[in-house]
Design a protein around this ligand. Structure first.
Ligand SMILES: *Cc1c(COP(=O)(O)O)cnc(C)c1O
Length: 429
């Protein structure tokens, strides 16, 4: 596979942009190769600057659930574009998307749109603190909630991938108000939440963890979190930036039947444009300015192109049978991959939830941060590079999900399994 143009672009990019990238995992450091520069995407495929075609399982890290350049989304963006790209004033399409979101998520009475998942989670945290008058946020090891200071404690995603324990530049004064505990451990959860010396404002969690690889909640775990937070008057924030409109139209909360107090959204709700959102009970949301004292604002918030892309995406997702078809396709693929893992690899564990999955090179089971960390990341690197060279574009990290979109055809998935079989057989020692 020719990669000369990508290689030249990366050399130039590194002179101009830190690490040559605008988000760290994209640099592919942990998988031991240089990134491909993508020039085009359509349906289930992405194309690089050298003209190579790949079946795409990154899907822009989750947003592209309909596949790239879905005609309904492209049309909505084009129509919005004709009328101007930003007004800095209320626009009808904001009301339309807010209506779609609140209808999809019964726990969300009101929703505020922002421009990224990071902005959503940091705003939800400020709101929970403002509402309760308390300081501490409890999070779970290996969960990722964007890059705001308070969340960079035992965080997932690029923070794990690059082996960074926290981050310089985050003052201890801030981090001392963040308590991070193991995922799926009810005992430590209960002990922590009942500790009155802690002054806990909120618990934030990915209801299905997706940023230490896919790690589903054990039966009863989410119920336990909800029961304890409710009893103790702690605000429960579900970070559904990945799971919202991914696991079902109502996200993880609908799938598991749990009602959080606040929900953070992102990725899919922007249809591939930069959007985040946080919403929840009216009583809490009414604390936000201008109705309440908790300040949060954004010049490009509710951007009309982004809102239009989001609304068009949600309308497609709301069509009957969408998730049943997507999940059935993902299940069949996961079963195929699982069979190959068993046949060729000594240690492999496939975790899947709906249309997102992670094949861990680990004996398993993988149920929390420590068990995820047992994965053989060198082997993942060899797997990643071999798959890439045969036209399969995976996340350049063991600790991320592979996303299946509506655009992945049976032929795409069959071809991916064929490539995986040849790669696994060569990985076998
Ligand atoms: C991606 C992600 C974020 C951050 O969203 P950005 O748009 O990258 O800022 C927050 N939470 C979760 C669960 C995510 O997966």
């Amino acid at each position: 596979m020719k990669t000369d143009i990508s290689r030249k672009l990366f050399a130039q990019a590194r002179k101009l942009i830190p690490g040559g990238v605008n988000s760290p995992v994209r640099a592919c450091k942990s998988v031991g190769c240089d990134p491909r520069f993508i020039t085009k995407a359509a349906g289930s495929k992405v194309y690089d600057a050298d003209g190579n075609e790949y079946i795409d399982f990154v899907c822009s890290w989750g947003p592209m659930i309909l596949g790239h350049n879905h005609p309904a989304v492209v049309t909505a963006i084009k129509e919005a574009l004709e009328n101007g790209t930003s007004f800095g004033a209320p626009a009808p399409v904001e009301v339309e998307l807010a209506e779609l979101v609140t209808k999809a998520l019964p726990s969300v009475d009101k929703v505020r749109f922002v421009s990224s998942g990071t902005e959503a989670t940091m705003s939800a945290l400020r709101l929970a603190r403002g509402y309760t008058g308390k300081k501490v946020v409890v999070k779970f090891d290996g969960c990722y909630h964007g890059h705001a200071d308070s969340f960079l404690v035992k965080a997932g995603s690029g923070v794990i991938t690059l082996g960074i324990p926290g981050s310089p530049g985050v003052p201890d004064d801030i981090v001392k108000n963040t308590v991070s505990i193991p995922y799926n451990n009810e005992e430590i959860l209960e002990k922590t939440l009942r500790d009155e010396s802690l002054d806990i404002a909120c618990v934030i969690m990915e209801p299905v963890a997706g940023n230490m690889g896919v790690v589903p909640p054990e039966p009863g775990f989410l119920q336990k979190v909800r029961a304890l937070t409710e009893e103790l008057g702690i605000v429960l924030i579900f970070d559904e930036v990945i799971t919202g409109f991914r696991l079902s139209y109502g996200g993880a909360q609908a799938k598991f039947g749990i009602t959080p107090d606040l929900t953070c959204l992102g990725k899919i709700i922007g249809g591939g444009l930069p959007v985040g959102a946080y919403g929840g009970k009216a009583e809490i949301m009414d604390q936000i300015a201008p109705d309440g004292p908790v300040y949060q604002a954004g010049t490009l918030s509710g951007n009309p192109l982004a809102m239009a892309a989001g609304a068009a995406t949600l309308k497609e997702l709301g069509k009957p049978g969408f998730y049943e078809a997507l999940d059935a396709k993902a299940e069949k693929f996961a079963n195929g991959l699982s069979t190959l893992c068993q046949k060729y690899l000594e240690h492999a564990t496939l975790n899947r939830q709906g249309s997102v999955m992670t094949a861990f090179f680990a004996a398993g089971p993988v149920f929390d941060f420590d068990s995820a960390m047992t994965a053989d990341t060198d082997m993942y690197g060899r797997y990643y590079r071999a798959m890439l060279d045969q036209g399969v574009y995976l996340a350049p990290s063991q600790f991320e999900g592979a996303f299946i979109s509506a655009a992945h055809s049976e032929a795409d998935l069959a071809k991916t399994l064929e490539v995986a079989e040849s790669v696994f057989s060569s990985l076998k020692k």
